[in-house]
Design a protein around this ligand. Structure first.
Ligand code: ATP
Length: 288
């Protein structure tokens, strides 16, 4: 190994620089992933404990080092349990971003096109327009690649074509199916009344109720695009990868849904989300 310089008894090589750079990137990515959730506090706590352990061990404080060493011994297992949702999310992000996956998608593009032609997005948009106008709460999950069997099973299976009247009937306040979410996959309404995971992100606006938290939570945990319409204000949000867009015009919503379905989303979707205009206050009504 090429020795760059020495600090006391430490031999510093270029590999050490690469090592430090990679660890820094990894830590930053982990921080970015868990930022805003309570997991960040646990992560910082574990990091602080580990640093203390390193110092204690270097100072050869045997007793304290042994006690902290016990914690560190079970640390990996504890971290897997504590960070289970974040690890899932991390692996999902990696899997989603690989070139391999992109190539596969391109290869089967024709098949994808055929299936999306079966699905008339205007039916959903017309339904969304009516739901917003009548302030009818709605939660719709678009799943491009997976059937979401686990979530479908939490509701009532339907397997019907997507059409405006059916969506309006489902979300009608007097319908027994109106509670929970509708899942759309391969141009079919797979199920209604589905229960979605609720986001624990502390940074979501306080006025977000369970419906919106469920939309964001679902997008955190799965590779889906979720649309929520508020019963209180008629406001619509689109959630993706734990982020959300609001104040969108219906044309923009349609565009986003199509981009998602055709796997043609802008690389900077998440950054764009952060730049969205702030939620209007009570005195300034929502635009969407
Ligand atoms: N985890 C969940 N999964 C699926 N649907 C949910 C979930 N949590 C809430 N909902 C749906 O949201 C509805 C309203 O919940 P809540 O009143 O807390 O939301 P809200 O955001 O305040 O309402 P709104 O968005 O209409 O203003 C519930 O009746 C249910 O249909």
């Amino acid at each position: 190994m090429v020795l760059l310089f020495k600090i006391g008894f430490l031999d510093v090589t270029w590999v050490d620089f690469v090592d430090i750079a990679l660890v820094s990137i990894l830590l930053y990515q982990v921080y970015k992933l868990i930022r805003g959730s309570i997991a960040v506090n646990i992560f910082l706590g574990i990091l602080a404990l580990y640093l203390v352990y390193l110092i204690v061990r270097a100072a050869q404080m045997e007793l304290l080092a042994t006690i902290l060493g016990q914690f560190m011994g079970v640390g990996v297992l504890a971290m897997i349990i504590l960070f289970q949702p974040e690890i899932r999310k991390f692996l999902l992000v990696i899997g989603r971003g690989t070139e391999f996956k992109e190539n596969i998608f391109k290869t089967i593009a024709n098949w994808r096109h055929q299936y999306h032609d079966d699905f008339d997005i205007h039916e959903v948009m017309e339904a969304a327009k009516a739901l917003k106008a009548t302030k009818t709460g709605a939660l719709v999950v678009f799943s491009r690649d997976t059937e979401l069997k686990f979530y479908v099973q939490t509701g009532d299976a339907l397997d019907s074509a997507v059409n405006k009247r059916l969506l309006l009937s489902i979300f009608n306040k007097h319908s027994p199916l109106h509670d929970g979410a509708v899942i759309i996959h391969k141009g079919r309404i797979k199920a209604a009344r589905c229960v979605l995971p609720v986001s624990e992100n502390d940074n979501l606006p306080p006025h977000f109720g369970l419906r919106h938290r469920a939309a964001v939570g679902m997008s955190e945990n799965t590779d889906t695009l979720v649309m929520a319409i508020s019963e209180e204000s008629g406001r619509l949000i689109l959630a993706r990868n734990g982020k959300y867009l609001r104040s969108l015009k219906l044309k923009q919503v349609e565009h986003r849904v199509l981009q998602y379905l055709h796997n043609d989303e802008p690389a900077r979707w998440e950054e764009e989300v952060k730049d969205e205009e702030p939620e209007p206050t009570e005195s300034s009504p929502a635009k969407a």
